[in-house]
Design a protein around this ligand. Sequence first.
Ligand SMILES: *Cc1c(COP(=O)(O)O)cnc(C)c1O
Length: 403
Amino acid sequence: MAGSADDERLSPATRLVLAGRHADWTGTPGAPGAVVNPAVWRASTHLYPDVAALHAGKPNEDGHFYYGRRGAPTQWALAEALTALEPGAAGTVLYPSGVAALAGALLTVLRPGDVLLMTDNAYEPTRNLGRGLLRDFGVETRWFDPLDPAAFEAAICEKTRAVLLESPGSLTMEVQDVPALSAIAHRHGMVVVLDNTWASPLGFRALEHGADIAVMSLTKHVGGHSDLMMGSASAGPDLYRRLRLRSQQLGQVISPDDAALALRGLRTMGLRLAQETSSALELAKWLESRPEVAQVLCPMLPGSPGHELWARDFSGGCGLFSFVFAGGSAAQCDAFVDALQLFGIGYSWGGFESLVTPLEPAAIRTATTWPKDHFGVRLSIGLEDVADLRADIEQAMAAWRAG
Ligand SMILES: *Cc1c(COP(=O)(O)O)cnc(C)c1O
């Protein structure tokens, strides 16, 4: 086998299969012990034959043994696979969670006295980085309306060093004009950090669309089985080197067992995303026709907010979308969620199983408003049969109507 995941002529589906399977790490076919997947390589200490070799290991390069904090082939294979899937990336740093990846990226590009602009639709723990960690380190965070590039530019000042985007917003699905916002940011010498968890590089080529650092919570689509926490940040050569150094300074390392699970998840990510997208789109269309529903927030659905930008910039979607009820109360919304039989009630998304949470953005927004009387839910559509899911939602609508 000589096919390479770096071969741009191969489609993403093929690259998902090839990525990270280095002969150095899996064995050369024919050699004893040659396998498909890199072994789970548990190591704190790497041993050297002599002092000269110990010293020679010191340069901080990828794919070189030195000490466990710099990883071993299982983690390197995953990082290499993610880099191969992100056009424009020179490397990928792995983190123990998506939040750790966002914190790592922001701590790489910001210094005390800097200002960070953050999209108002950002995931709540991401907002908390601005309100907590970054504030304590002398960085001020200001939030902006994700759908208003002019307001974004007006919010930039001399101290603004970076912007954090999350497109679409993982709760209320605002699609940002990443190329336009990135062009503005770059004109002002800022670094663009994009949380690309929703689309993954299969659905949105973050760096090609202007982002400087593409962050993902691998907990979602890459893991795909709700049994793993991990994050990643991919970037071009200079930022990649700085991300890696900062992560090593923070002492962050992921376990080889988790890396092996993530690699396993990655192999089927394309198929899962395609199925989840198709089921989500079918349900979103059906929900749009329901009298109980005021608005479906699903960028993949024609007519839904953000669809034009999605159609222009994205090549895929996923199973995560939201909808708002036509009136009703919080209690009715809760009754709907409680009545669902096939949807688990819980955080996270992107797993093989469907999940639901009530939509409660009003309290955390500062640059935009979400009407307090708009109740709705976020659905993460899994791999169940779509007709079963639709029937389940339909019977739960009766609970909503009964209040
Ligand atoms: C879940 C999530 C994160 C955080 O990832 P964890 O792995 O749970 O820390 C970040 N961004 C988005 C959009 C998410 O949905």
